[in-house]
Design a protein around this ligand. Structure first.
Ligand code: BES
Ligand code: MN
Ligand code: ZN
Length: 496
């Protein structure tokens, strides 16, 4: 899909559909919409009077052959309340319009920003909305709907003076949204098409393409590094584990400067192991590598955006299977850090693989850790599929990250990490146990387990179990993988 910006006045723009947005409060016919209304001889005013154009959030009003415009159609999209309108709203409007028009067989559209809206931030949001909306999960369908595609999106409403800001935003939005779609494509892959080795191959190919340094640790290297927690999960499968390491180094890296470590859980399939999961919905456990995909997506975007600090991604990849050699409940494992773990439940494997991932990242010299993982079903109980659960210490570091989440338009909610929860992962026979004692707080005890391996390094943990995949499509996004957290991580790395 092509995306470009034009400064051509939109009345003279030839396109299959010109899209813009209207607000629900005050008179919807204002500013540029008033100009469109005049050009059409008062048609829009009539639509307001008949109640067909009210500006309610994501209300669509499609006008064919609009008078005074070269466009074949005019699509007016409700934007809700004027004072609540922001880049996040615009991202959704852009995405929802693209999907609305795509499903109607339209191939080319132009998106017009309103008066005052010709900014870099808005261009980025429109690009992100459109490109993530264009993603479909039909890779394995042999009867793809080949007539339903968007060829090009033109961004319009920018003056000559606003053009370069608009293009900068467009470019940045394209990079970030492409990275999200890259991750979503991985998340969508079934586990027979995405083993740890295949994931490593794909990561290496991506690194080569965008100019990142990459190294893949195989099972021998993993063994010699004594990654006992990762190996204990991997031993139940015939597929050997991998640890994917990608490194971005800025042009003039300063010694002593911060280094961000991005650690992502990549369990390419989670059966639960000997503590096996029920059959219902088990097929979803192909997306248990979503944290790893998130970090690969973030690295891909950062390779283009070039932050001024170093970033290292460490992605432990394995299957969690109940093979003959599988670990059993009650087993004690020694993690790379030397901490001993009593395995109460082999289905609490994500924290095990992250334990060694964090230890290895610290060994590589990272000064700040962010981990992302489809870690717990409990985060769904706490926050449904709305917010990512965000944990971290120190609190200022977490708050700084939450500012980035806000700027990126991704909903994340701070979760508690008080010492009382640490008590719940104390083991009778080892240093820690891999599930909490007592009832409740499952997402928090999971986070605490990981924190044991972050030690004194500033650390953020994102539990994306309920948000990295959505079962119902949204007007602006296909159902399935969402690519959540990439935008926040990229924003954060660019600002640190
Ligand atoms: N991968 C799952 C968590 C998950 C659940 C992700 C649903 C996406 C959707 C994780 O490995 C797991 O099984 N967690 C257990 C932990 C428990 C055994 C302490 C869980 O949440 O039930
Ligand atoms: Mn599990
Ligand atoms: Zn899992």
């Amino acid at each position: 899909m092509q995306m470009n910006l034009t400064t051509q006045p939109f009345a003279s723009l030839e396109t299959e559909a010109l899209v813009t947005y209207v607000f629900e409060d005050g008179d919807p016919i204002q500013g540029r919409v008033a100009e469109l209304d005049q050009a059409s001889g008062g048609l829009l005013r009539k639509l307001v009077q008949s109640g067909e154009l009210a500006g309610k959030m994501l209300e669509f009003t499609l006008v064919h052959a609009p008078a005074g415009l070269k466009a074949s159609r005019l699509l007016l999209v409700g934007a809700g309340k004027r004072d609540q309108f922001n880049a996040a709203t615009l991202r959704k409007i852009s995405g929802a319009s693209l999907r609305h028009l795509k499903s109607r067989g339209i191939h080319k559209l132009a998106f017009a920003v309103r008066e005052g809206g010709a900014t870099e931030e808005f261009a980025q949001a429109i690009a992100e909305g459109a490109i993530t909306a264009d993603f479909e999960t039909d890779k394995y369908k042999t009867d793809k709907k080949n007539d339903k595609f968007i060829d090009s999106v033109m961004l319009t409403g920018y003056s000559d003076a606003e053009k370069s800001a608009g293009e900068a935003g467009l470019n940045r939005g394209r990079i970030i949204a492409d990275a999200q779609n890259f991750a979503r494509d991985l998340v969508n892959e079934p586990s027979n098409k995405l083993t740890p080795q295949i994931l490593a191959d794909k990561a290496e190919a991506m690194a080569r393409e965008v100019g990142l340094a990459g190294e893949i640790l195989d099972e021998h290297k993993i063994t010699s590094l004594k990654m006992g927690a990762l190996l204990s999960v991997a031993q139940g499968s015939i597929e050997p584990p991998r640890v994917i390491v990608l490194t971005y180094t800025p042009a003039n890296a300063k010694p002593g400067a911060p280094v961000i470590g991005l650690v992502g859980k990549a369990v390419t399939f989670d059966t639960g192991g000997i503590s096996i999961k029920p059959a219902d919905n088990m097929e979803k456990m192909k997306y248990d590598m979503g944290g790893g995909a998130t970090m690969l997506g973030a690295m891909r975007a950062l390779a283009f955006l070039k932050p001024s600090i170093s970033v290292i991604a460490v992605i432990p990849a394995t299957e969690n299977m109940p093979g003959g050699r599988a670990q059993k409940p009650g087993d004690v494992q020694v993690a790379m850090s030397g901490k001993t773990i009593e395995v109460i439940n082999t289905d609490a494997e994500g924290r095990m693989v992250l334990a060694d991932g964090l230890t290895y990242a610290r060994k590589l010299g990272v000064t700040h850790i962010i981990d992302a993982a489809t870690l717990t079903g409990a985060i769904q109980v706490a926050l449904a599929n709305v917010h990512v659960g965000a944990f971290g210490t120190p609190r200022e570091y977490l708050d700084q990250f939450l500012d980035s989440a806000k700027a990126a338009g991704e909903k994340m909610w701070p979760m508690p990490i008080d010492d009382e929860y640490q008590e719940m992962i104390k083991s009778n026979i080892a240093d820690i146990r891999n599930t909490g004692t007592g009832k409740g707080g499952g997402a928090i005890t999971g986070a605490w387990f990981i924190k044991e391996f972050a030690e004194d390094t500033p650390w953020i943990h994102l539990d994306i179990a309920a948000t990295c995949w959505v079962d119902e499509g949204r007007p602006w996004l296909a159902k399935g993988p969402t690519g959540v957290a990439i935008r926040s991580i990229v924003d954060f790395a660019m600002k640190l």
